[in-house]
Design a protein around this ligand. Structure first.
Ligand SMILES: [Zn+2]
Length: 318
């Protein structure tokens, strides 16, 4: 499952990402984490990134993509990945697509966790955090207010309102997000890879919708994979050493196999049709030979083999 996650600050996509990691056993690839790790490890890319950052510049897309590619080569990313926070613009999205195409691992899904701006405003500006560092409880004055205003339910300490959670700052952050993300939404929509999930309701409700989307998105691939595995299993018998590897996945292949068997049975009724259309004899005068000659000529012939030759003659009379 190769996913790009899109969603505003406060959309809850981080929570959904964690749940996806648990359920599908795929890593989340965060470019921030990759940068820190590469710099700490002193790799080639890490040194390039560090020199850019030391010079107060943005790390180039090439370097970031190189780090993502390295990350994808690790075993835990074989079953897929979740990209969060990258790409942020169309050139990055295009470069990512090109890199994934080279790896034959194209993106399968761009998942947008969509939440109305006014709800995001309340989620972000309403946030209050317990000032007691060893407690750190989080509240929201709109959605999960403390019992006593400004006081932590758990430890009684004062609740703090982070300065970057004020309305103006939040609104401009959301505008920046909107400007960045709208083109990406269009980009992935045009590719047919965009799916949107409403980011309101309980975490579990949202996650149910997310996994429903993923299951649907994965179905064609799963079918293709099981077909490939079934094909592999068929070719395997001559070589007794290999079948042990892939016996279980063949389950899904049983469905397609059932269809061909049903078809022969369906053909039988065709023979009965001519018999059912007995009204034809009543209208022997051949008033409507044009229509019937075309559609029913064959059945009539079958019933009365002796008159086969007479039918064509009737046509000629007209
Ligand atoms: Zn507290």
């Amino acid at each position: 499952m190769r996913i790009v996650l899109l969603g505003a600050p406060g959309s809850g996509k981080g929570t959904q990402s964690k749940l996806l990691i648990e359920k599908y056993k795929i890593p989340q690839i965060s470019t921030g984490d990759l940068l820190r790790a590469a710099v700490a490890a002193g790799s080639d890319l890490g040194r390039k990134a560090k020199s850019a950052m030391d010079a107060g510049q943005l790390v180039s897309d090439d370097v970031v993509l190189g780090m993502i590619q390295e990350r994808l080569s690790k075993p835990d990313a074989r079953a897929g990945f979740i990209l969060d926070g990258f790409p942020r613009n169309i050139p990055q999205a295009q470069a990512l697509d090109a890199m994934l195409a080279r790896l034959s691992q194209p993106l399968q899904l761009a998942l947008l966790v969509d939440v109305d701006t006014e709800v995001l405003m309340k989620r972000l500006t309403g946030r209050r955090t317990c000032s007691n560092a060893s407690c750190g409880a989080i509240y929201n004055i709109y959605f999960s207010a403390p019992k006593s205003p400004g006081k932590c339910d758990k430890c009684g300490s004062n609740l703090a309102h982070r300065s970057d959670d004020n309305e103006n700052t939040v609104r401009s952050r959301l505008q920046v997000y909107e400007q960045q993300t709208a083109p990406l939404v269009s980009y992935y929509k045009a590719q047919g890879k965009l799916r949107t999930v409403r980011g309101t309701g309980s975490v579990n409700e949202i996650f149910k919708n997310v996994t429903d989307i993923i299951e649907v998105q994965m179905r064609p691939l799963a079918a293709a994979m099981s077909a490939a595995q079934a094909a592999a299993a068929k070719s395997a018998p001559p070589k007794p050493a290999k079948p042990a590897k892939k016996p279980a996945p063949v389950k899904a292949a049983a469905k397609p196999a059932a269809k061909p068997a049903a078809k022969p049975a369906a053909k039988k009724p065709a023979a009965k049709k001519p018999a059912a259309k007995k009204p034809a004899p009543k209208k022997k005068p051949a008033p409507k030979p044009k229509k019937k000659a075309v559609k029913k000529a064959a059945p009539k012939k079958a019933k009365k083999p002796a008159k086969k030759k007479s039918a064509p003659k009737a046509k000629k009379k007209k």
